[in-house]
Ligand binder design. Structure first.
Ligand code: ADP
Ligand code: MG
Length: 346
C-alpha cells in the first residue's frame, strides 16, 4: 500500500459548540465526505477520510504514514504536508496537542504523525540492524525568508540555492544528528518554541509561517570486516522524510490588512497559490504538462523534489466541521481533489 491523500475533519471545539455552530461536514464512510449547508450540498471522494472520532493512531495507520517512513528508509524523498485553514487541526495532526508547558507533556495517545513516525523509524532501524545515520533539520518560511529553527540565536534568513546535483537546497542549514526518540522530540520542541516565541511580537505568527522538519536517513550497507577499507566506495542510500506544517490557507482580505500584516498575507497567499498552481499543473496528464513553476516561491522550491518526479507525498487536508468555516472548507476540498491527481515516479 502507498500513502494516499487523507482528509481529516476535526470535532467541533467547545467554543464552536457553545456559540451554536452547526456541523456541516460529515464523513459518509468509504472515503466520501459530504458537505451540507443552506445553499451547498456536495460530496467529495478521497482515499481515506477520518472524522471527529478518529484517533491519532488511526490516522497514522490509515493514511499510509507507516509506509512513508519505510520508503524514506529505503532511500526515497518522502513528504507529508498538512494544509487547511487556521484552526483546522494541522498542527494537532502532525504533533498532537503540543505540551503547553514542559511540566505537562501530552498523553501518548495524543501524539501526532511526527512522534509516531520517529518511533517507527527508530524501531525499524534497530530491527533492520542496518547502519543508519539519522539527522534532522527544521526551518520555517516566513515572509518569503527561510529561517533555521534549530540554530541558536535570533533567527536569520538563509539563502536558498540550486545546484545540478542537489537541486534546491538551503545554504548553511543546521542538521543535527540524533539517535533516540527523546533527542528528536526535543529538537522538535525546541524548534517549535522558537517558532512560537515570535508569536508575541507578531500576531498569530505560528500560523503565518510554513514549518518544515526534515529527517535525513543515510544508510550504509553492512560490510564484512575485510571490506571495511572499501566501504566508502559503496553507494549509500540517502532518504528524507519531511513534515510540512503549512500556514493557514484562509484568504486574508487584502483590504483589512496593512503594513506588516499585508506583507505576511501576501507572502502566504503567494506561496500557497504557487503550491496550488504547481499541483494543478502536475495533476495534468504527463504528456500535456508544461513547465512547472517551482521557482515562484520558496515553498515550492523546497518542495520541488517531493512534488515533482522522484518524491512520494502524503497530503493531509484538515478541516473544521463548523458552518462558519464553510467557504474555506469548500476551498480546501477543491484544493485537495486537485492534488489527488498528482502522480510521481519515485
Ligand atoms: P491549525 O494548526 O490548523 O491552525 P490546530 O492544530 O492548532 O490548528 O487546532 C486548532 C484547535 O483544535 C486546537 O485547540 C486543537 O487542539 C484542536 N483540535 C484540532 N484537531 C483536533 C482533533 N482531531 N481532536 C481534538 N481536538 C482537535
Ligand atoms: Mg498550526
Amino acid at each position: 500500500p502507498r500513502p494516499h491523500p487523507t482528509f481529516r475533519v476535526r470535532p467541533l471545539t467547545c467554543t464552536e459548540t457553545r456559540r451554536g455552530d452547526q456541523q456541516v461536514v460529515h464523513s459518509l464512510g468509504d472515503g466520501a465526505v459530504h458537505v451540507s449547508a443552506a445553499r451547498h450540498d456536495a460530496t467529495f471522494g478521497f482515499s481515506a477520510v477520518f472524522d471527529a472520532g478518529a484517533s491519532q493512531e488511526a490516522v497514522f495507520e490509515g493514511s499510509g504514514m507507516r509506509q512513508l517512513v519505510e520508503l524514506a528508509m529505503d532511500g526515497f524523498s518522502c513528504t507529508v504536508f498538512a494544509f487547511g485553514q487556521t484552526g483546522s487541526g494541522k498542527t494537532y495532526t502532525l504533533m498532537g496537542p503540543l505540551a503547553q508547558s514542559e511540566a505537562q507533556p501530552a498523553s501518548p495517545a495524543l501524539l501526532g504523525l511526527m512522534q509516531r513516525s520517529f518511533t517507527c523509524l527508530l524501531e525499524q532501524s534497530r530491527s533492520r540492524g542496518s547502519d543508519l545515520a539519522l539527522s534532522a533539520s527544521y526551518l520555517e518560511i516566513y515572509n518569503e525568508q527561510v529561517r533555521d529553527l534549530l540554530s541558536p540565536g535570533p533567527p536569520c534568513a538563509l539563502p536558498l540555492r540550486w545546484s545540478k546535483t542537489r537541486g534546491f537546497y538551503v545554504e548553511n542549514q543546521l542538521s543535527v544528528e540524533f539517535e533516540s526518540l527523546e533527542a528528536i522530540v526535543s529538537l522538535l520542541l525546541q524548534g517549535s518554541q522558537r517558532r512560537r516565541t515570535s508569536a508575541h511580537a507578531l500576531n498569530r505568527h505560528s500560523s503565518r509561517s510554513h514549518a518544515l522538519l526534515t529527517v535525513h536517513i543515510r544508510s550504509r550497507a553492512h560490510h564484512p570486516p575485510t571490506l571495511v577499507l572499501q566501504a566508502s566506495a559503496c553507494p549509500s542510500k540517502h532518504g528524507t522524510l519531511c513534515f510540512v506544517d503549512l500556514a493557514g490557507s484562509e484568504r486574508v482580505k487584502e483590504t483589512g490588512s496593512r503594513g506588516e500584516l499585508s506583507v505576511e498575507a501576501n507572502s502566504i497567499n503567494r506561496s500557497l497559490l504557487a503550491l496550488g498552481h504547481c499541483i494543478s499543473l502536475l495533476a495534468k496528464p504527463r504528456g500535456k504538462r508544461t513547465h512547472i513553476p517551482y521557482r515562484d516561491s520558496k515553498l515550492t522550491r523546497l518542495l520541488a523534489r517531493s512534488l515533482g518526479g522522484s518524491g512520494i507525498t502524503l497530503m493531509v487536508a484538515c478541516i473544521s466541521p463548523s458552518s462558519r468555516c464553510l467557504s474555506e472548507t469548500l476551498s480546501t476540498l477543491h484544493y485537495a481533489s486537485r492534488a489527488r491527481r498528482v502522480t510521481t515516479r519515485p
